[in-house]
Design a protein around this ligand. Structure first.
Ligand SMILES: *Cc1c(COP(=O)(O)O)cnc(C)c1O
Length: 368
């Protein structure tokens, strides 16, 4: 076998770790609170382990993950920062939670009682946060039930409630509702005689951190912001782009007027057209829903439009007015020149989904 050198990847995501560090310190400065770095779903597609190691070195207070599988990945990677489970646990997962000292949120009394039993059997004391449902409808105790729940859990010898948390369903969409939610949560916390026993009190995601102030919380849970994107779809100069999705021009051809481009022939050339084919598609997570919504890509210092549908592995760009491109040229699909929010909007999606849709075929490259 000949030892041919390995070619560089066709499509890749450049992840700027100094931008990540910058965004973390901006989140700290803006909130003045502890940070739980939300790294669920592979750190929003940026790669769980490298992002977690980078953030752990900056001393974040918690990592927020969706489930025990993600918590296990962090523990196996040797990350020592406390891990918080953002969603409810299943009965069969609880002994693993107790064994690794991951911090779950308690959503029901059944969950609390079972955790107590599991922790007692393991000779351990479980530290958990009480989840309060102030409007998300996904889990937790209703505010009116919180005092009684806290009292009932205090009677459990192997469970200690060390925190109190709630979540915001509409902080980037409904200011009035969110303000009342903040007030309801703060009022609840202020009414609890045991409030000083809680080490951490938390409510805000990225939008909550940017747009609102709490009287009682001391921890924020940003995800999207750490990755450099504002949920408010505004120009943000405070946060730096972390991920740039890139690919390369593979072939450039001249096509006559009236020639179809891509599946369904939804686009027909209206003039002699230079068509550049780019080696990325929905199989990489570049949204197919962008098709014919005039998405643009960035090549050699300029935006050019895409033509026709996004295919699984390739898309076509109009290079007629952008001479000088050659096969092999780098193409930015989103990043500093094409905001991911713009791609999300044109795809009828949201930046969270665009990030987490990037598939394993896309190589992640980290820049210190
Ligand atoms: C995902 C999640 C977050 C982070 O949300 P962003 O909008 O990405 O900042 C915070 N809290 C909870 C409970 C979550 O599930």
């Amino acid at each position: 076998m000949s030892a041919a050198p390995e070619s560089s990847p066709r499509s890749w995501a450049e992840v700027d770790l100094s931008a990540l560090r910058h965004n973390l310190s901006a989140a700290r400065e803006l909130s003045g609170q502890h940070v739980m770095a939300v790294v669920k779903a592979g750190a929003y597609g940026h790669g769980l382990e490298t992002m977690a190691r980078t953030l752990a070195r900056e001393g974040v207070t918690f990592f927020g993950v969706a489930n025990v599988g993600e918590a296990r990945q962090l523990t196996n990677a040797g990350v020592n920062t406390p891990v918080y489970l953002l969603g409810a646990t299943l009965p069969g997962e609880r002994s693993e939670v107790v064994a690794h000292h991951w911090v779950p949120c308690l959503n029901t009394m059944e969950e609390a009682r079972h955790f107590n039993q599991v922790a007692r059997d393991a000779g351990s004391i479980l530290h958990a946060h009480l989840a309060v449902d102030t409007g998300m409808g996904r889990g937790g105790f209703l505010p009116a039930d919180v005092p009684a729940a806290l009292e009932a859990i205090r009677a459990l010898s192997s469970v200690r409630v060390t925190g109190l948390g709630s979540h915001l369903p509409a902080a980037d969409e409904d200011v009035e509702f969110t303000r009342s939610q903040f007030d309801a949560f703060d009022t609840l916390v202020e009414s609890l005689p045991s409030r000083d026993e809680f080490e951490y009190i938390h409510l805000a995601n990225s939008a909550g951190l940017l747009g609102y102030r709490s009287r009682t919380t001391n921890l924020v849970r940003p995800g999207l912001l750490l990755y450099g994107v504002s949920p408010f779809d505004d120009d943000n100069n405070t946060f730096r782009t972390v991920m740039t999705l890139k690919s390369r021009l593979s072939v450039i051809r001249e096509l006559p007027p009236g020639h179809g481009i891509s599946y369904g022939r939804t686009f027909l050339t209206t003039r002699p057209t230079r068509v550049g084919t780019i080696g990325i598609g929905y199989g990489d997570g570049y949204p197919r829903a962008l098709s014919n919504n005039t998405p643009e890509v960035f090549i050699r210092g300029r935006r050019v439009p895409l033509l026709g549908r996004v295919t699984m592995d390739q898309v076509m760009a109009d290079l007629t007015d952008h001479p000088g491109c050659t096969p092999g040229d780098e193409v930015e699909l989103f990043g500093p020149n094409i905001p991911v929010s713009e791609i999300a909007r044109k795809a009828g999606s949201i930046p969270w989904e665009v990030f987490t849709s990037i598939t394993p075929r896309v190589h992640r490259t980290y820049l210190e």
